[in-house]
Write a protein that binds this ligand. Structure first.
Ligand SMILES: C[S@@+](CC[C@H](N)C(=O)[O-])C[C@H]1O[C@@H](n2cnc3c(N)ncnc32)[C@H](O)[C@@H]1O
Length: 276
């Protein structure tokens, strides 16, 4: 006999008592994946087909393994576009939109070249390319699997001015070749207890040696020879890393260092300009 929506709504509340977020995700799943309307979900107590039931059982099985909803839906909304995501890449975070927004307001000139170092899904580089069709953006990553996802997003979103490069940070970038380097590198220390909650995301996208600072140091050391005169380096970082990241930028010859806050008023983005 076919089951109704309310059967599964109740099953979810019983399985995760008091966890409203899973019930909210379930409703989102019904709309996004099964294309059910509010009327079917809230009023009609819609009677599900066998395929729909199987799909919901799959959702419940994945949530029991704590798989994030974006991986289940293979979709993540970022800066007004939907990006394909799967466990090969980090799920884009809302705070990263602040970095993109800052750069979009810089009024980049025609032909300027931007490097997105550690592009992952391509969310930063592709968003910049879409909003600045007159610039060229290169998204690099040392994970070939990430580059496959970034290319899938480039094709899905029909972005011509974004190109991927396989590179260990800036090692495959030509000297004096770009105006801006932007990066959201891995910045979590491998000792950090929050890592336990992120066990479905690629470790390579999350952790860095040296208390989470190693990749800021590598990129900041490599960037001065890759940037053109007056070039900019912009980082997203952990909310307790502002002082260290500013110091690293200063040590490598960057000036006019500025930090922006995220939506929780935590210092989150630090930018420096190459002084000579
Ligand atoms: C925090 S994720 C950021 C992904 C994406 N830019 C975003 O903001 O959602 C860091 C990215 O850096 C990449 N990465 C790690 N080590 C790298 C290296 N040595 N060279 C280039 N990319 C690297 C990871 O594969 C991952 O895609």
């Amino acid at each position: 006999m076919s089951k109704n929506i309310n059967f599964f709504k109740n099953k979810i509340t019983e399985t995760w008592p008091g966890k409203k977020d899973i019930s909210t995700e379930f409703i989102f799943y019904l709309k996004e994946k099964l294309h059910l309307s509010d009327v079917s979900i809230y009023i009609d107590d819609y009677s599900l087909s066998k395929d729909e039931e199987n799909s919901i059982n799959q959702f419940i099985a994945l949530k029991k393994q704590e798989v994030p909803l974006d991986y289940i839906l293979e979709k993540s909304s970022f800066y007004g576009n939907n990006f394909f995501v799967d466990p090969r890449v980090l799920i884009p975070r809302p705070e990263t939109e602040i970095l993109v927004d800052f750069i979009n307001k810089l009024n980049l000139q025609s032909g300027e070249i931007v490097i997105d170092a550690g592009t992952g899904s391509g969310c930063i580089g592709i968003s910049l390319a879409i909003h600045n069709p007159h610039i060229k953006v290169y998204g690099l990553d040392f994970s070939k699997e990430s580059l496959e996802v970034a290319n899938k997003n480039k094709n899905n979103l029909k972005v011509e001015n974004f190109t991927t490069i396989y590179s260990d940070w800036l090692s495959n970038i030509e000297d004096a070749s770009c105006n801006l380097i932007v990066s959201n590198p891995p910045y979590i220390s491998s000792e950090d207890k929050h890592l336990r909650d992120l066990h479905h995301e690629p470790l390579m996208a999350l952790t860095a040696l040296d208390n989470g600072l190693a990749d800021f140091k590598t990129i900041s050391r490599q960037a001065p020879s890759k940037l053109l005169k007056g070039g900019m380096l912009a980082f997203e970082h952990g909310y307790k890393q502002e002082r260290e990241v500013s110091e690293i930028l200063k040590k490598n010859g960057f000036k006019n260092i500025e930090t922006l806050e995220d939506h929780q008023s935590h210092p989150r983005i630090t930018i420096g300009i190459l002084s000579n």
